[in-house]
Design a protein around this ligand. Structure first.
Ligand code: 5GP
Ligand code: ZN
Length: 114
């Protein structure tokens, strides 16, 4: 899928609305439209990278920043003490639906695997 059609690139460009909870130079965080936990946000690089196989295209600083932002947003949303899960669905068998790399940050209830 091209960046023109990618749903998350369209959210980055402001062409599709999202409940944004954090916005900075290279990273955006917004509510998952179909949340599966009391806290369920998606942390994405603004640059289009489809999956982990393309992660080499992201600057190291942005990769690190994804996790720093996930942690600070978890704090902001009140789930640091209780804990939270970070999940990347990578590819078909993991159920990846949107081919723009994203971290699911989920908390606010007891989370199991998978
Ligand atoms: P995955 O690709 O890891 O399976 O998950 C994609 C996630 O993106 C899903 O949890 C889905 O609910 C969410 N999602 C899909 N389309 C949209 C959208 O247009 N807006 C928002 N906020 N979330 C979306
Ligand atoms: Zn994209």
């Amino acid at each position: 899928m091209s960046e023109a059609d990618c749903i998350f690139c369209r959210i980055v460009r402001g062409e599709i609305d999202a409940e944004v909870v954090h916005d900075e130079d290279d990273v955006l965080v917004f509510e998952d439209i179909n949340s599966k936990a009391p806290v369920h946000v998606l942390v994405i690089p603004k640059e289009h990278v489809a999956n982990l196989e393309e992660i080499g295209a992201l600057p190291d600083t942005v990769l690190k920043r994804l996790f720093e932002v996930a942690s600070s947003v978890a704090e902001k949303l009140g789930v640091t003490e209780g804990g939270y899960a970070i999940r990347i669905n990578n590819g078909r068998d993991a159920g990846q639906e949107v081919f723009h790399l994203h971290l699911h940050v989920m908390g606010g209830k007891r989370l199991g695997m998978p």
